[in-house]
Design a protein around this ligand. Structure first.
Ligand code: FUB
Length: 324
């Protein structure tokens, strides 16, 4: 009997493995061992960092139970390294809990973590800012007091209208903080990233719910947000970080199982990605959510496409020089 050549033997083995290997784990939701929500993404060098709130609600709970944020990083958008807990609401001495949505930005070698938390003495939700020398923390309170409290804005009476920070720095170094539920607000930040540079402004947006997120591509500014309830992801575009804004429609349809969706858009290693959350992890639900990611391409006219949710998630996109 003649033996197959080594090359043929390799090919045959590869074909057999391809037929017999179980399918690779679906990439979405990204973190199958815990419930996660409210993704915030930061590309730093060749790595992408992903900050999420941990949903700790039990199946019988009827509200969010969120005691900490978690941070992960990836070199390829498929394999994620866990870095633990970079910050907890109780790291702010003036806060009493609720690790709701966050956003993180780098400036002058430091990392600034804007965090929604419940204030312990001023009724309602607040936004604090913490700082670290590393994107994975540990972060410490940068002010010793909340940056934004519920009593600073009076457009609505709800106690949760000052949530969901989205921080952005323009090419000229001017930083902006957008936030809000029901009413969209923004303020310019001083270069120290911890103080206002001017007054709080409001932006009229039809059916704005929450989760504002500002990013820029070329000369176009994209202000995305959650609209309606259950939420869809919608967006507007404009010629500056403060508009004027033109509504551009829906990017992602609402979830089943949870009414929230909370998006973040980044470019990483030459490709574009949308993070969001759904309730698709087994046992998931309204307060037990799971973060997912999709790759997408901008349309030729610069508009965002309609992005569908997939189980497979993005193909691996290994960034050169990044050590997994
Ligand atoms: O996770 C708590 C809240 O639910 C967030 O702050 C909102 O964006 C919504 O996802």
């Amino acid at each position: 009997m003649t033996r197959p050549s080594p090359a043929l033997a390799c090919l045959t083995l590869a074909a057999a493995l391809a037929l017999s290997s179980p399918p690779a784990r679906a990439a979405n939701p990204l973190f199958p061992s815990l419930y996660t929500a409210d993704p915030a993404a930061l590309v730093d060098g060749q790595r992408v960092y992903l900050y999420v709130g941990r949903d700790e609600a039990r199946p019988e709970d009827r509200d969010y139970v969120m005691h900490e944020w978690r941070v992960y990083s990836s070199c390829d958008m498929v394999n994620w390294r866990e870095h633990g807990v970079p910050l907890k609401p109780t790291d702010f001495a003036w806060a009493k809990g609720s690790a709701w949505a966050s956003d993180v930005i780098k400036r002058d070698g430091k990392y600034y973590f804007y965090a929604t938390v419940k204030h312990s003495s001023i009724p309602g939700f607040s936004i604090g800012v913490a700082v670290a020398d590393s994107p994975v923390g540990p972060f410490r309170d940068a002010r010793g007091s909340a940056l934004i409290t519920n009593d600073m804005t009076t457009q609505t009476k709800i106690s949760w209208d000052d949530i969901d920070p989205g921080v952005f720095m323009d090419d000229d170094g001017q930083a902006y903080l957008y936030w809000g539920n029901t009413v969209l607000k923004y303020v310019k930040l001083k270069p120290n990233m911890t103080e206002f540079e001017g007054p709080i402004q409001t932006v009229p947006v039809h059916e704005f719910t929450e989760a504002p997120y500002l990013h820029k591509r070329g000369k176009t500014y994209y202000l995305s947000y959650a609209t309606q309830f259950p939420e869809y992801i919608a967006y507007m575009t404009g010629p500056s970080a403060t508009g004027p804004w033109t509504p551009r429609g829906i990017v992602m349809d609402k979830n089943e199982g949870t009414k929230t969706i909370h998006q973040a858009f980044v470019d990483f290693n030459g490709k574009s990605y949308a993070f969001y959350h759904n309730a698709k992890l087994p046992g998931g639900g309204e307060w037990r959510r799971s973060v997912a990611v999709e790759e997408f391409r901008y349309n030729a006219d610069g508009s965002l496409p309609h992005i569908g949710q997939t189980e497979a998630g993005p193909a691996p996109n290994p960034a050169p020089g990044c050590r997994p």
